[in-house]
Design a protein around this ligand. Structure first.
Ligand SMILES: Nc1ncnc2c1ncn2[C@@H]1O[C@H](COP(=O)(O)OP(=O)(O)OP(=O)(O)O)[C@@H](O)[C@H]1O
Ligand SMILES: [Mg+2]
Length: 113
């Protein structure tokens, strides 16, 4: 199992949600986040001599899925969340040791179906 963690623009989330539903991804966690990347939070426009690091609002979407679905989901995130401008976000893929459904005690694959 892998965890896909995507940091995206908040305004792209509704479309992403729809696209994920279409391929049967129902289990996900969404958090409001704030962050910066290589522009350190500066948006396109020149801001004089200001070097402050700003935190821009982002949405973090986390999904634990079977490894075989990772490529497809990454493709969906990339195609729905790209605006082709700086700040579109990042996707991280992490190994997951196990998952347990609390109600039933099912684990592994069974727990994330
Ligand atoms: N190395 C990182 N570790 C954790 N979070 C990150 C990292 N890089 C970016 N992020 C998160 O992703 C958000 C969007 O990053 P962003 O898309 O600006 O990355 P970037 O590397 O600057 O790429 P781009 O040049 O396309 O803007 C950030 O606000 C931050 O929340
Ligand atoms: Mg950036």
């Amino acid at each position: 199992m892998k965890k896909i963690e995507a940091i995206i623009r908040p305004e792209q989330f509704p479309l992403l949600r729809t696209k994920l539903e279409e391929v049967g991804i129902n289990g996900l966690t969404v958090s409001e986040a704030a962050g910066c990347g290589q522009q350190r939070g500066r948006q396109g426009v020149f801001r004089g001599t200001s070097y402050e690091i700003k935190l821009l609002p982002k949405v973090k979407v986390e999904m634990v899925v079977e490894e075989e679905f990772v490529d497809e989901i990454v493709q969906i995130i990339q195609s729905t969340c790209s605006t082709n401008t700086v700040g579109d976000g990042k996707i991280f893929i992490l190994p997951v040791e196990n998952a347990i459904r609390i109600r039933t005690g099912e684990s592994g694959k069974e727990a994330i179906l």
